[in-house]
Ligand binder design. Sequence first.
Ligand SMILES: Nc1ncnc2c1ncn2[C@@H]1O[C@H](COP(=O)(O)OP(=O)(O)OP(=O)(O)O)[C@@H](O)[C@H]1O
Ligand SMILES: [Mg+2]
Ligand SMILES: [Zn+2]
Length: 253
Amino acid sequence: MANKFGLYHTGVNYNLAPLEKAYKCPKCQDREIVEVGVDSFNMPVYADCTCKAKNKAAKRLKSSGLRGEQLKYKLGDYRVNEGNRKMFEGVKRYLQTWPELIKSDAIAKGFFLAGNAGIGKTMLSCIIAKEMFNKGISVVFVSSADLFAELRQAQFSKDEEGIEVKIEALGKARALILDDISKEKPSEWVQSMYYRLIDLRYRNNLLTGFTSNYFPQELEERLGEFGEATVSRILGMTRDYFLSAKDHDHRIR
Ligand SMILES: Nc1ncnc2c1ncn2[C@@H]1O[C@H](COP(=O)(O)OP(=O)(O)OP(=O)(O)O)[C@@H](O)[C@H]1O
Ligand SMILES: [Mg+2]
Ligand SMILES: [Zn+2]
């Protein structure tokens, strides 16, 4: 109980040392708003803290799946030679046309980069993804190996709902780039998951990009019973930008 001066004399030590909690933004204590003054009625006036926009951008970046090294790739760093020129020119063209394609009703809005290891398929597809991200498109860049590790994990823990949620989310992302499709030989379950995801993308008429070490014929074989149906949809979605290269492995020299 406070006395008439508004002071407590309870004999209790309230121990009001600063709490340990560490805020990411000490300025607003992670409330994302700060008091900036008072109005003419002496009521506090608030504004967004500077951290709010930064948090939003960081969240967006996180959900794009693009990280670290992948964000540093630049088209200007790609060395062009006879083996990869066509793919490079195709990617350059695609960088000009995707903003129109994504708005259009065309089925073929996406791209497919095919060829041996270390020729810059991931590099170029990251550059495309980053460009989309910078233009405000919610793009998801996902390596097939990571995606299927995650899905298999969910399958092992009998998390049917987790699998559904993931597939549905990827099935409706505005733009999706599946890196290294069918890298490891897919089990029947994985084959059916690829089909489900790709069929969703196809039916929703959304922009989807692919990279692979495999050409369509091989891909079809690897995707087993679902191969024909899956590859047919992939080719439908990427028809105008099916780009391949044959170059030395840049990881080695
Ligand atoms: N033409 C190139 N000019 C400059 N750097 C390149 C070129 N091609 C590839 N690289 C570099 O080589 C490395 C491997 O490239 P990347 O990961 O894009 O290959 P990939 O085609 O996706 O291979 P994989 O099929 O094994 O996934 C990266 O560091 C990339 O930046
Ligand atoms: Mg790659
Ligand atoms: Zn803040």
